[in-house]
Every structure is written in C-alpha cells, then in structure tokens.
Design a protein around this ligand. Structure first.
Ligand code: AMP
Length: 406
C-alpha cells in the first residue's frame, strides 16, 4: 500500500490540509482543502488534485466547532480518502522555531513543550499551529508528527543580519531578526537550479508577494537576509500589515493617542498595508481594477517599498544575479511584476513584456545582467518532503540502534 503524508496548516480560524501520496521517489498531491470560520460559521471543502470538489459541508452561522471539532471532521473525511493509502506521518507548518530549530523536528510531548515557549514571539500564530499537534498526539499517538518552521531556513543568516541595534542583553534574550516565509524560500531554492543554474549558484532575491509579503536574499541557495524581522509584520507593506515603520510611531500612538497594545496590534496587523492606505481593499486585484486615486497610491507605495528593499538585499548580497517572483501577487500579477522590474532596471533587470504577460517562467530578456523569473511556490510540498525525509531518517536511525545493540 502506498504511503501518504498529511500536511496541516492551522491558523486562528481555519485549518488547511494537503494529502500527498508517495509515487515512486516523489510525493504527489492527492487532495487538499480547509475548514474555515471554525468558531463562527464553519465551512469544509476538499478538492482532488484536479480541483474537483470531493467533500463539502457547512455547519451554519453561530456554530463554534473549535479546532477540536474541526480536526475530528478532517479525520473522518480522511479515513474515507485514505482507503488505498497508509498514513505515514503528519507535517505541520509552525511559524516559530526560535533559535533552537534550524531544521524541522519530530514532535513528542517534550518538543511540544519547547515549541510552546515561542508563543510570546508569535502570539497570533504559534498557539494555533500547535493545537492540532497536541490533539493528534493525544488521539493518534502512533502517527509520527513533524513540525516545519517558517523561521528555520533563515537560521543561516550571518549574526550581523540578525541584530537590532538594541542593548546586547536583548539580542541574547532573543529580541532579534528571525525572518519568516522560510518554507516558501526553501522550496524556491530547491527548484531554482532547474530554472537558472547560474542564479542558484549565485545571488538571488526571492519576492514572496502574497497576502503576507516578504523578500529573501539567497547566496548559493542559503538565506543571508530577509525583510521580515522579529515578527511577520516587518518589512514590506502587505494586504493588511504595515511593514517596517519607525518605532517612534508606536510610541506616539501610545502617548498621544492613548492606544493600548492590543489596539496597536490590530492597527499594524489588520488595518494597515494595502487596506489601510487605500481604504478600499487588501486585495491587489481590486486595487489594480480600481480608478480611485487612493487605490493607486497604495499600489505605488507597495511597488516603491519593494524597490527599496530590493536595493537593500542586493547590497547585503554584494550584487545580484536573479530575482524570482512567487506567491499570489508574484505569480499572478503581470502588472506588479512589470512595475517592480522597471524599478529594478538600474540593477540590470530588463523585462521581456511578452514573456511577463504569459507568466514566463523567464520574464527578462537575454540582454539584462540580472535574470527575472516567475516560479510558483509550494510550501505544502516542502513540508511533506521534510516530513518524509525525517521519518525515513527516524526509521533508519532506529535500525542502526537495533543493529548496534544486536
Ligand atoms: P496568497 O496569500 O499567496 O494566496 O496571495 C493572495 C493575494 O494574491 C491576494 O490578496 C490577491 O490580491 C493576490 N492575487 C491573486 N491573483 C491575483 C491577480 N491575478 N492579480 C493581482 N493580484 C492577485
């Protein structure tokens, strides 16, 4: 019977899942889906790999299923789906691995305890990422679980890139730049050699432009700097997050406007970015289609900030060989890619407009010093690969230990 890996990405109000089946030496998507509105009006949907709906259910307004109930529904759905597959393990997206985890880790109750210590570093995400791990440890203790971290890929950053200019004691206590979206960057780094061997062996900036957005400098496939820092609110303006702002603004809001920490949290995470500047929408499609000058301003600011961060990351790399666009906006918006490439002309990017309109994958001319690419990201597959590798290693290590004993 073929083996399967379940990938779980749990947030505050949703649980997303993907089921991968082992096919030869690779993993192939079997089905994917999500339960949204877990505590308000739960809705479950699952699709096969071709996108056809294979499961759907609504519980109605005002129903609070809880993560517990949502996971139970997912388990009963998967029992049917897993008929000719054997569940080998579950891989979880976990936002924070702190300083300790530079790699994915197999989770037992001890590791789960260690991961809970990072909740103060990512209070909006970490607790929800950990809930399904705890529930599955209780209910399916025989199924191995692996935590894959958004921070881990950036542990290769040099020390200097991790510092804030704060007193050293704070740096030692963990107040430093971690970086996020690491699973996306790791996936791009893993496939980049197949697109551009020179860039993969050189200096590349990857632009992960989705609802959350960040950029990462890759030196020979290793992360050396990124735009997100201590939290995922730093760096670029995003759908609803403000990105980098002067910390003096926060002090002003506290002292002059008497805003509480939770009001400021709401402001910088939920009411800012494209939504805040435009006052219209956090969705790039809506803004690009609008003729409202506030929509144009939000898009202008977005592109301007990307251009400045690109210069900064190119400086961190000491030069630039390639840029890669990925995630919702990066993969789908030719207009934003065009504007970013035009702003990066001084670095040696020369856009091939026709290739850009047809989504590349190469969207730069052969004349430009810097190549530009569109490469779809696949964080779920990265998690599934990590999970399979780690479980494979665990089995091998066990055999080695048994052999040593014998
Ligand atoms: P993600 O978080 O990676 O799923 O990206 C979601 C974002 O991608 C949405 O907020 C949309 O604004 C954006 N997006 C998706 N398709 C397009 C498109 N064709 N043009 C512009 N933006 C898009």
């Amino acid at each position: 019977m073929a083996q399967a890996i379940l990938v779980v990405n749990a947030g505050s109000s949703s649980i997303k899942f993907s089921l991968f089946a082992e096919r030869g030496s690779d993993l192939e998507l079997d089905c994917r889906g999500q339960i949204e509105g877990i505590s308000t009006s739960p809705h479950f949907i699952a699709r096969d790999r071709a996108g056809a709906i294979i499961g759907e259910r609504s519980w109605g307004e005002g129903v609070n299923l809880g993560h517990d109930g949502a996971l139970e529904h997912l388990r009963s759905f998967l029992r049917g789906e897993l008929k000719d597959l054997q569940l080998a393990g579950v891989g979880h997206r976990v936002v924070h691995g702190g300083l300790e985890y530079a790699e994915p880790v197999r989770v037992d109750s001890e590791v789960l305890g260690a991961l809970k210590k990072f909740i103060p570093l990512a209070p909006l995400h970490q607790p929800h990422n950990l809930t399904p791990i705890r529930l599955l440890l209780e209910r399916m203790p025989q199924v191995p679980q692996v935590a894959c971290f958004d921070t881990a890929f950036h542990r290769s950053n040099p020390e200097i890139a991790q510092w804030f200019a704060l007193p050293a004691e704070m740096h030692e206590a963990g107040v430093r730049r971690y970086g996020f979206h690491g699973l996306s960057y790791e996936y791009i780094a893993s496939v980049l050699p197949g697109f551009d061997a020179g860039a993969a062996a050189g200096r590349t900036v990857v632009l992960h432009l989705g609802n959350g957005a960040s950029m990462c400098a890759l030196d020979r496939g290793r992360s050396v700097a990124s735009t997100m820092g201590f939290t995922a609110v730093d760096g670029l303006p995003m759908g609803t997050r403000c990105g980098a702002i002067d910390p003096g603004v926060i002090l002003y809001l506290m002292s002059e406007r008497k805003m509480t920490a939770s009001a400021i949290e709401k402001l910088v995470y939920k009411q800012s970015g494209l939504l805040g500047v435009s006052g219209i929408s956090s969705d790039m499609r809506t803004l690009l289609a609008s003729d409202d000058p506030r929509a144009a301003l939000a898009v202008d600011l977005y592109v301007y900030r990307i251009g400045r961060e690109l210069g900064s990351l190119a400086a961190a790399l000491g030069g630039l060989d390639a840029i890669v666009f990925t995630a919702g906006i990066g993969e789908n918006s030719a207009a934003i890619r065009e504007r970013v490439c035009l702003a990066a002309a001084w670095l040696g990017v020369e856009l091939d407009a026709a290739a850009n309109d047809s989504r590349g994958p190469r969207i730069s001319t052969a004349r430009g010093r810097v190549s530009a690419w569109v490469i779809p990201t696949n964080e779920e597959l990265m998690i599934a690969r990590h999970t399979r590798r780690l479980l494979g290693n665990a089995v091998t290590n066990q055999e080695v230990r048994l052999n040593a004993k014998g």
